[in-house]
Design a protein around this ligand. Structure first.
Ligand code: HSE
Length: 311
């Protein structure tokens, strides 16, 4: 029986102004999957740890199981026997791409054992099947950076056109997860479906500014472009003390501040690890004063994506 253990990284989707089209991977946290090929046909999820019993073992209701099922059908090997252990090493419903990290770890692991039949780009539609099940839509701004590493732009969903962007090598990320419940499905339903043209103009100016800043390695331009007037005003209501957190982040040297994915995690870009650590400490202190528990992570951008830990 062939076995493999794979890590896949957490991700920050939207990157403030790029709802559903921008995302990047971080070094920590992330999830691990141990996957085995077996003689008995079918997909079995044998164990899930670190989820407080929240995730289903039924492969048809689990994002890893669903994406693995579609992958095996896609490569015309539907009768392959697969056993999956999922080890959650990050909070669920945090806005850090928790389901994507699991899905990508599982898919990447299986693809390795199947002799790397597909490229990362070819794996992406299968990973999106997992997101579709978890969130109601198959958005790619978590799964694409988790799978490909780095900073990713989804230029188009139909046809799928995914572009890896350059970024300044000194960009660091400070993440704080306030422990309040914000399911992505609900956070997506909150957003108004129509946008005023004048708001769209502001937003696409900022997205273009952010992408330009990344390409030109201009951290100041990156910071001043990371503004979201469409989604953040609605979603930030769910995050305790959001505007105060923003002020604290900037007072402590943040280049930017905003919601990670659908929240409740928030993140800042900084130019160094020290500033990131100062920001996470200050943000956590404020959340504590509000009676809100939190976790923090400081990371550079993860360029690698998933990696094999044991084989
Ligand atoms: N772009 C998605 C959203 C990311 O904001 O709903 C969800 O993690």
């Amino acid at each position: 029986m062939e076995t493999i253990r794979v890590f896949a990284p957490a991700t920050v989707a939207n990157v403030v102004c790029g709802y559903d089209v921008l995302g990047f991977a971080v070094n920590e946290p992330g999830d691990e999957v141990i996957l085995r090929l077996t003689d008995k046909p079918g997909i079995r999820i044998t164990k899930i740890t670190g989820d407080n019993g929240k995730l289903p073992l039924d492969p048809q209701r689990n994002t890893v199981g669903v994406s693995v099922y579609h992958y095996l059908n896609g490569i015309d090997k539907p009768d392959t026997g697969v056993e999956i252990e999922l080890h959650k090493k990050m909070p669920i419903g945090s806005g850090l791409g928790s389901s994507s990290a699991s899905t990508v770890a599982g898919l990447f692991a299986l693809n390795e054992l199947m002799g790397r039949k597909l490229s990362s780009c070819q794996l992406l539609p299968y990973a999106m099947k997992g997101e579709e099940m978890a969130c109601g839509t198959g958005h790619a701004d978590n799964v694409a950076p988790a799978l490909m590493g780095g900073f990713v732009l989804i230029r188009s969903y139909d046809p799928l056109d995914v572009i890896r962007l350059p970024y300044p090598s000194d960009l660091h990320c400070a993440i704080v997860f306030p422990d309040v419940d914000v399911p992505t499905k609900d956070a997506r339903r909150m957003i108004r479906s129509k946008v005023l043209l004048k708001d769209a103009v502001t937003q696409w100016g900022n997205i273009a500014g952010l992408v330009s800043g990344l390409c030109m390695h201009d951290v100041e331009l990156i910071g001043r472009s990371m503004k979201d007037i469409i989604v953040e005003p609605t979603r930030s209501i769910l995050i305790p003390g959001f505007e105060t957190l923003r002020r604290i982040a900037h007072d402590n040297g943040a280049v930017s501040f905003g919601i990670s994915g659908s929240g409740p995690s928030v993140f800042s870009f900084t130019r160094d690890k020290q500033t990131s650590t100062r920001i996470t400490n200050a943000l956590q202190e404020h959340l504590k004063s509000l009676g809100v528990k939190s976790l923090s992570f400081v990371s550079e951008i993860n360029a690698e994506g998933p990696k094999v830990l044991d084989q």
